[in-house]
Design a protein around this ligand. Sequence first.
Ligand SMILES: Cc1cc2nc3c(=O)[nH]c(=O)nc-3n(C[C@H](O)[C@H](O)[C@H](O)COP(=O)(O)O)c2cc1C
Ligand code: SF4
Length: 531
Amino acid sequence: MSTTSVKVFVPSDTTARSLGADQVAAAVAAEANKRGVSIEIVRNGSRGLYWLEPLLEVEVDGVRHAYGPVTPADVPDLFAATFLEAAPHRLALGPTEKIEYLAKQTRLTFARVGLIDPVSLDDYRAHGGYRGLANALKMSGEQIVQAVLDSGLRGRGGAAFPTGIKWKTVLGAPADQKYVVCNADEGDSGTFADRMVMESDPYVLIEGMTIAGLAVGATRGYVYIRCEYPQAIRTMREAIERAKAAGFLGDGIQGGKGSFHLEVREAAGAYICGEETSLLESLEGKRGMVRYRPPLPAIKGLFGKPSIINNVISLASVPIILDKGAEFYKNYGLGRSRGTLTIQLAGNIKRGGLIEIPFGIPLRDILYAYGGGSATGRPIAAVQAGGPLGAYVHPTQFDTPFDYEQFAAVGAMVGHGGLVVFDDTVDMGEMARFAMEFCAIESCGKCTPCRIGAVRGVEVIDRIRSGVNESSNLALLKELCETMVSGSLCALGGMAPFPVLSVLKHFPEGLKSQAPSAGKATDRRATEQAL
Ligand SMILES: Cc1cc2nc3c(=O)[nH]c(=O)nc-3n(C[C@H](O)[C@H](O)[C@H](O)COP(=O)(O)O)c2cc1C
Ligand code: SF4
């Protein structure tokens, strides 16, 4: 067999690299060199099968075969076993597309993620990229907005607001300048879908934002990227430069009249800067503090101008809608939750990673059929869905279909699709305390129920767990939660009580006194007073 055309794919995604992908790529290059074998190493994005990273793939007769997880020490052995011919090996996983975890998914937004060289425009276009924009360039702004409305797409950042309605408001707001802002702050616990898109298929986000700009008449856009994502920032910047050079960004897009200028901004490193009005303040160079609403950002947003603010996944889902049509997208899903959802499996789970599936699949299937149960092999006792402000879901609720309305009906939240899994060794009282502590640390400080309430919440939980006046402090905790829910200006203070209330409802034993005796409580109080 000639090895001249053999392509070996080694992911360049942050997770794969943190697990040693760079060292594996170097070992593959060195071993090929030593053996005089000519290969082409492609640094693709990750397929999202994180428990198998670094996942090495070799392309034979147009089919990609996977091996993983690979360490540099495995590389000489892989060459000896002729893995370049897709030969069997103890790390062989067969054709990548047939790995069950991947084969069972419906990848629409993530169609190219892990397949292509992230910054290669040729690769992007060869895999269906920029077809949505080509259609959008032939449509009026109203027609583009109507397509997004008809698709049923709802915001994937957390609030699930219909994307088309937001765009329609911006389209209808007269102004000399409008903006498209992409929220890539991705602060929720256990989430990484936005990062994966930006690191593995940046042009899909650029294309989605360009279509958004054409739809509403916005000629400038910003991607506000979490500062802890240096690789996503680098990849996005490089892709923007390349898209500009190829006439996909700037003035006169693809020889037409449309203009769209795009820039990356590094985020400030605060959870609250993911809240859209805080994000706008931060983008304007100010401290990230929540704004009063109205006016809505769609009317008076960035620099006081009408602005679209959407999450990465919302915007990255637009190209396929414009390419294949609103009906195609809408045909996936359930009820008012249309299309696909990117779910991120994290925490104590055997097969952590990203899955893209239509709405409506029960949580239990996601945890067991995809996730394979807990990593420790112990029973899964709780799942926090939708980030740090999401309720803890109890095993009796695991048959709930993944759908905005059905999750809300059981007091849970889909949010950005992050799932953090816990086994039965978890201390649920500590989890409740953490929700309040997180809110106290991350509060922007603008309103009293959140700024003061979260601090008091930690103290009350500590008293309950120390056995100090348990029943009256439990009543106080419930009252405090109600005050925060109804009196906070934004969802940080307004939702931080939800995980606490879910612990009170489903895991009440977690908030029982941890003190073996009254003496311990007295000791702790004495210590607190001394401090
Ligand atoms: C405290 C807080 C943090 C948030 N963090 C994020 C975030 O990191 N990324 C995001 O897309 N949305 C975040 N949101 C939601 C945004 O305010 C907003 O709803 C979203 O960017 C709108 O985009 P979408 O309609 O496409 O979801 C956050 C909201 C709150 C209250
Ligand atoms: S709820 Fe908290 S984060 Fe939100 S505006 Fe009030 S103080 Fe700021």
